[in-house]
Design a protein around this ligand. Structure first.
Ligand code: SF4
Ligand code: FES
Length: 251
């Protein structure tokens, strides 16, 4: 049964991208284990505001595991100690009375800190943008079964499309590699007939942009797969490599 706990928070505070950051320690009492991790941070911020101090800046939007905004490193894990959940889906019942919880922003060259726990993740948006478009014939709405797609391919494409662009993969990787993210975004289209027309151009452009933005190389540590809240498989990275080599051979 949920109860109220007392915790100590070690929170990374940093006034701006070029400022030097440091951990600050806060005590929170009577935290409901039924509250979410972000609700706990809301309580901390109310406490700080009441004390006349600056609240902690952190990113969030949907609080339902959909938008990928809640990018926090909690006790050494992106999105915290639970598997297959985002920070907003993490609950305080995962922590014990008297526990110290360390909260940091993503630590990756590709995601510079904006302030406190908020990082700039527009690098992922830029990679998506160069991925471009999917060609479709205009006209009336096509029959749902006009293009038959094997169930296995449809399932794999849907699995890849569940990536929410949160950035945990690059943050977890010792090389700061964005390969899991890019491979998911390439795979979700490459697996379907509709995505084949621009597949070669898309794979080359997204890999080139990923390299240009300073993300590192993949050395198969699989840390990304371990920490991904949406269980994106590294088999997508193998598919991306095949798509990329095929595109280069076509050149
Ligand atoms: S692959 Fe996983 S960890 Fe990486 S951005 Fe997508 S959902 Fe987040
Ligand atoms: S706030 Fe949207 S995924 Fe966590």
């Amino acid at each position: 049964m949920d109860k109220n706990i007392n915790i100590t928070l070690k929170v990374w505070r940093q006034k701006g991208p070029r400022e030097k950051g440091a951990f600050e320690t806060y005590k929170l009492t009577d935290v409901s284990q039924g509250s979410s991790f972000l609700e706990m941070l809301d309580v901390l911020n109310e406490q700080l505001i009441n004390e006349g101090k600056e609240p902690v800046v952190f990113d969030h939007d949907c609080r339902e595991g959909i938008c990928g905004m809640c990018s926090l490193y909690i006790n050494g894990h992106p999105h915290g100690p639970d598997t297959s959940v985002t920070t907003c889906q993490l609950h305080m019942r995962r922590f014990n009375d008297g526990e110290t919880i360390t909260i940091e922003p993503w630590r990756s060259a590709g995601f510079p800190v904006i302030r406190d726990l908020m990082v700039d993740r527009t690098a992922y948006d830029k990679i998506i943008q160069v991925g471009g478009f999917v060609s479709v014939n205009t006209g009336g709405i096509p029959d749902a079964n006009a293009i038959p797609i094997p169930k296995k391919d449809a399932d794999l494409a849907m699995d890849a499309a569940s990536c929410i662009g949160c950035g945990a993969c690059a943050a977890a990787c010792k090389n700061g590699s964005a390969m899991l993210f890019v491979s998911a975004k390439v795979s979700q289209l490459a697996l379907l007939p509709q995505g084949k027309v621009e597949a070669a151009r898309r794979a080359k452009a997204m890999v080139a942009k990923m390299d240009e933005l300073g993300f590192g190389n993949c050395t198969n540590t699989r840390a990304c797969e371990m920490e991904c809240p949406k269980d994106i498989s590294v088999s997508n990275i193998a598919r991306l490599n095949r798509e990329f080599i095929w595109a280069k051979l076509k050149d």
